[in-house]
Design a protein around this ligand. Structure first.
Ligand code: ADP
Length: 264
């Protein structure tokens, strides 16, 4: 803390300087606390699958050699926990690596409908017993970083799959008007309670850890999506009705091609 010396109290400039230094210190302290919180959450998240894996290794060691059922079950569990850990580490690294402004360096004009179609083709196989349908897909352009926009849509779709019981539907669409282009991922899943709607974008926040436990969520997906949206000048909207379904919309400013773009 910077304390203004008694004799300088009337010196307005020193006062202002001290105030700005204090504000900067507050920001640093806040950032540091956030980082500590992140590290402790991340370690906690990584410890959970590790405990499961070592549990199954013990089981294998004791019974797995004689009992093929235990052997199969343990191998399967270890494989799925390892995969979960791999995804979690990837997501954690995304935060660790990303600094603001990195996305902007790779901005380009993107055909929104082509991008959505690519994403749609990429997820058809992972839907299992839920149906993924491509609805309205308007032709329009956005100016953004394509890899991250795809990653963001994948996060929405992965969630839609995770939180929609088999037999449900997932609708993808892209609607454009004069000003904006909206990507929508809509599902007929379990929905999100009203009280949690705001909080689901926080890092590591899950609506109900017990219900997300089976689905293997980390609580990081939507916070990454929010970060990506911001980096691409888009904003997110989330509407949901419990037991009916959820709609996530990413709204981008519409980009109009100029002569300079087409010359590129
Ligand atoms: P997770 O890895 O747990 O899915 P997210 O950050 O992606 O983490 O989402 C946070 C929480 O929001 C989830 O745990 C889940 O409870 C809720 N959620 C997100 N998307 C949906 C959806 N499409 N339907 C129902 N709940 C959802």
């Amino acid at each position: 803390r910077i304390v203004i010396p008694k004799e300088a109290e009337n010196g307005i400039e020193i006062h202002n300087l001290a105030q700005s230094i204090n504000q900067a210190l507050d920001r640093i302290e806040y950032g540091y606390k956030q980082q500590q919180q992140f590290i402790s959450n991340a370690s906690h998240e990584l410890r959970t699958p590790l405990t499961v894996i070592s549990g199954y290794i013990n089981l294998l060691d004791r019974w797995g050699k004689e009992d093929p059922k235990v052997l199969d079950e343990s191998i399967q569990a270890i494989q799925s926990e390892t995969e979960y850990m791999r995804q979690l580490i990837e997501r954690l690294l995304f935060f660790a690596r990303s600094t603001t402004g990195t996305l902007e360096a790779h901005f380009m004009v993107i055909d929104a409908s082509e991008l959505l179609e690519e994403v749609y083709n990429g997820v058809l196989l992972i839907a299992e017993e839920r149906e993924i349908l491509l609805g309205r897909n308007d032709k329009a352009s956005i100016y953004a970083e394509p890899g991250s926009v795809k990653q963001m849509l994948r996060i929405f779709i992965d969630n839609a799959i995770k939180y929609t019981p088999s037999g449900g539907y997932i609708y993808l669409s892209c609607e454009a008007d004069e000003k904006q282009v909206c990507f929508k991922v809509q599902d007929t899943g379990i929905g999100i309670p009203k009280k949690d709607l705001e909080r689901v974008f926080e890092r590591f926040y899950r609506v109900d850890s017990s219900r997300t436990k089976e689905t293997g969520g980390s609580g990081l997906g939507l916070s990454i999506a929010k970060y990506i949206a911001k980096g691409n000048n888009a904003r997110l909207e989330l509407t949901s009705e419990l037991h009916k379904g959820t709609t996530v919309t990413a709204i981008f400013p519409r980009h109009y091609e100029t002569k300079k773009d087409t010359d590129k």
